[in-house]
Write a protein that binds this ligand. Structure first.
Ligand code: ATP
Ligand code: MG
Ligand code: MG
Ligand code: MG
Length: 480
């Protein structure tokens, strides 16, 4: 089954259970000071859970573009190294706003995985919240008992607060969650650890695919809990992981979701992808991952820049450039040429990329060119430093010089440092940064990134780029 068919089946399955199919919210969040990018399917529905707004439909299903590279969820270090954490990914979700609860959510997730997708039951196990006496949180007996109707008890594991209890914030809606994991190890390997209970993410081939959150409590300021007047279901399943399981692969990158980009990168670089842990193969994976994050965020209205959300995108982009420069031996812009590949691949799901492909490509090309101007000398600078260092540490001043003179984001220097067994000094870096800011405060206070926002009231949404004049990008907004 193709990625598109698998995505569609999820939507169709829940539509058949009375859910309305709704579009993904933009991956870029403009009007929330606490969040720069959508990091979970529930973000766009927050007001329904808080009771501030009433949904048009009590049952909803969607696939949500998510980005996890900053704040509470930062998976950047994992990307390309492990085979199942991405910067940008699609989170499939079904939602009940004060409608069905644990019984249906559990029964339907089981039905979908085992009867529609036909994932062998022996590969699946689930986790249920074990309770936490110190926080006065009860064990989720209800979920346990519903699961018992579908799956053998030795496949229901109890999990702690970190993995199995969800809270929106310090106060507000919260509740236990129940996760579904797939054990993709070959039979003979399973036998090696016979008798030992699997633990969350204990093995690279045992992966979490689906989280079912049951919002049933309201957390008050004094930390006590009261039942919510209406109970909600919020689920999230990583599409890329599901496809990997469905296509029987040992890596998300080996699926049709990523292989198109990987093949295109092979063509552009003249190198072959072999799927190993070799640096060259990591580079292929990092590029296949990062180009998605960069393209979709730009298409949703966030240009790379030197501040805030724009800098997050610039960091991801520069990281990708360094990977092809150092490990695929490509010395000229490459990423922008992958945009048409992605745009065509996603035209039926996220047409916004296709619609703006030329612009997105142009922005990425400019960014690559800019960074490539200083990357080579920056790499020589750090290699030189590493060779002559007396201790295995990159001091803050050098990290800052790499940032300031060569455009190396801190995390890029940190990546190169760790490849060489060197530590970093974040405090020293911040101090050097502050010193420079103090010197040129007036200039930084005026810095808005390299874009001008025409109209960004809380009630407007981004609908596309209007024109490109020199380096000033004018953005189009529509009032909602
Ligand atoms: P993990 O423990 O693997 O980091 P998580 O517990 O942080 O995942 P949730 O917040 O429960 O993830 O999100 C719901 C689902 O989204 C996960 O079960 C997984 O399938 C998917 N997911 C989460 N983070 C990523 C990521 N960085 N890349 C791809 N899929 C992800
Ligand atoms: Mg995580
Ligand atoms: Mg987890
Ligand atoms: Mg989880």
């Amino acid at each position: 089954m193709t990625a598109s068919e698998i995505r569609q089946q999820f939507l169709d399955f829940f539509a058949s259970k009375g859910h309305q199919i709704v579009p993904s919210a933009p991956i870029v969040i403009k009007n929330d000071p606490t969040l720069m990018f959508t990091n979970a399917g529930m973000n766009q529905f927050k007001d329904f859970f808080l009771g501030n707004k009433v949904p048009a439909s009590k049952r909803v299903v969607d696939t949500q573009k998510c980005l996890r590279v900053s704040g509470k969820h930062n998976d950047l270090e994992e990307v390309g190294i492990d085979t199942y954490h991405h910067t940008m990914f699609e989170m499939l979700g079904n939602w009940s706003f004060g409608d069905y609860f644990k019984k249906e959510a559990i029964a339907w997730s089981w039905e979908l995985l085992t009867e529609v997708y036909k994932i062998p039951k022996e590969k699946l196990y689930v986790t249920v919240f074990q309770g936490d006496a110190s926080e006065n949180l009860p064990k989720d007996e209800e979920a346990y008992n519903f699961w018992k109707q579908h799956i053998a008890e030795d496949r229901i594991l109890l999990g702690n607060k970190k993995d199995n209890f969800w809270e929106m914030g310090d106060t507000g809606p919260c509740g236990p969650c129940s996760e579904i994991h797939v054990d993709c190890r070959p039979e003979e390997e399973k036998k090696l650890v016979d008798g030992k209970t699997l633990v969350n993410a204990d093995h690279p081939q045992v992966i979490e695919i689906w989280n079912n959150v049951f919002m049933q409590f309201n957390r008050l300021k004094d930390r006590s809990l009261e039942p919510l007047p209406a109970q909600h279901v919020d689920t999230g399943m990583g599409l890329e992981r599901l496809i990997r399981v469905m296509q029987n692969k040992t890596s998300n990158y080996d699926t049709d979701l990523f292989m198109g980009t990987i093949h295109a990168t092979e063509g552009l670089s003249g190198k072959k992808y072999a799927g190993t842990d070799d640096k060259k193969d990591v580079a292929f994976r990092v590029i296949a991952d990062h180009i998605r994050a960069i393209s979709f965020t730009i298409a949703d209205g966030q240009l790379p820049s030197n501040t805030g959300a724009g800098y997050v995108i610039r960091r991801i982009l520069r990281r990708a450039v360094r990977y092809y420069f150092s490990f695929l031996d490509v010395k000229k812009p490459l990423l922008h040429d992958l945009v048409p590949v992605l745009a065509a691949q996603f035209s039926h799901v996220f047409p916004e990329l296709q619609q703006q492909a030329d612009f997105v490509k142009k922005v990425i090309f400019e960014e690559e060119n800019n960074f490539l101007r200083t990357l080579d000398s920056g790499i020589r600078r750090i290699e030189d430093f590493i060779q002559n260092a007396t201790t295995k540490a990159v001091d803050g001043r050098t990290a800052f010089e790499l940032y300031d003179t060569y455009g190396f984001p801190y995390d890029l220097t940190s990546l190169i440092a760790s490849e060489n067994g060197f530590s970093m000094d974040l405090e020293g870096f911040n101090a050097a940064m502050k010193e420079q800011k103090d010197r040129s405060r007036a200039a930084t206070e005026l810095d808005m990134g390299d874009w001008v926002v025409l109209d960004e009231t809380p009630d407007s949404i981004f609908i596309g780029y209007e024109q490109l004049e020199g380096t000033t990008k004018l953005l189009k907004y529509r009032t909602v």
